[in-house]
Design a protein around this ligand. Structure first.
Ligand code: SAH
Length: 287
């Protein structure tokens, strides 16, 4: 396995506000988070922490502070070595009841008997996003549970740990084509494919929109962010078959009105909207 040095930023922030900030920090490129009572530890590959990144990070914090002036948000940074990180992660990550019938389980936890009838996703997260601890992953899984039909051909845009694509296969999809722009996510997703024995039906590739084959998918799932959704929605629509489904998550409810207009322009009709805290996920049908 590759080794890598990480940069960790520790932010003073009350637990109630952490998920919202995590959503914004994922968008600028942080890949891992450890949540404590009054501290949020945010991790990214060490080489990504440069002057530009630090600027973006500070602007994000400053905007957050405007919304929530009472928060402290002071931070400190340090270099972290991989062994430390993985140990911490193992201590933090437990079983997640991610959707009504889906459980996410890391390999170091035993499955409690009460979950034995549920669909189990075996996910060891390493440094990628997609452990089920975040609302946006759970919302995506709930919509997949409702809209994934057997034999569908699926595109998983921004696969992270591979969690959503793996869920699709286990829910009966014929095949999943999954992409991510983060090398580390690809490596982690590939390990998780084997762990779930779905590697014959799910392909994972490094890259963005341009590497997606020009074919009509029955269902596309993307748990991404407002900007990426806005940028790629028409390309994603053109890769969805007529009457096919697009499941989008990673949407702050306050951004929804703008996106709804964009969906209408692309002849995408919302068929279900669900929310958890400040996050919304939507299932759309292509007309
Ligand atoms: N699907 C997982 C991970 C979501 S996080 C889950 O639901 O939990 C979003 C992922 O999208 C990250 O791994 C990020 O690297 C990837 N990503 C961001 N922009 C992308 C783009 N333009 N093309 C492909 N992947 C992208």
């Amino acid at each position: 396995m590759k080794t890598r040095a990480w940069f960790q930023v520790v932010i003073r922030i009350d637990e109630r506000y952490q998920d919202l900030l995590i959503g914004l920090l994922v968008c600028i490129g942080f890949t891992g988070f450890v949540q404590e009572d009054k501290l949020l530890k945010c991790i990214l590959p060490k080489q990504k922490w440069d002057r530009d990144f630090k600027n973006k990070f500070e602007i994000t914090l400053a905007k957050f502070k405007i919304e929530f002036p009472s928060l402290d948000l002071s931070y400190s940074g340090l270099i972290l070595h991989e062994e430390n990180w993985n140990k911490k992660w193992e201590n933090q990550t437990g079983i997640v009841e991610a959707a009504p019938n889906i459980i996410i389980k890391p390999s170091w936890k035993k499955l409690p008997k009460r979950h034995s009838k549920k669909l189990v996703l075996h996910i060891d997260p390493k440094m990628s996003f997609g452990t089920g601890h975040h609302e946006t992953t759970r919302l995506s899984l709930s919509l997949l549970e409702r809209f994934l039909e057997p034999q569908m051909k699926v595109l998983d845009f921004g696969t992270g740990t591979g969690v959503l694509g793996i869920a699709c296969i286990k829910l009966g999809a014929e095949s999943v084509f999954a992409i991510d722009i983060d090398e580390w996510a690809i490596e982690n997703a590939k390990e998780n494919l084997k762990r779930n024995d779905v590697q014959k039906r799910m392909i994972v590739r490094l890259g963005s929109i341009s590497i997606i084959p020009r074919r009509n998918f029955d269902l596309i799932v993307a748990n991404i962010d407002f900007y990426t959704i806005s940028r790629f929605i028409s390309s994603l629509t053109s890769r969805t078959r007529n009457q096919g489904i697009i499941v989008l998550s990673g949407i702050l409810t306050s951004d929804l009105p703008v996106l709804l207009k964009l969906f209408a322009k692309n002849a995408l009709v919302p068929i279900e909207l669900i929310t958890e805290n400040e996050w919304t996920a939507v299932a759309l049908r292509r007309m």
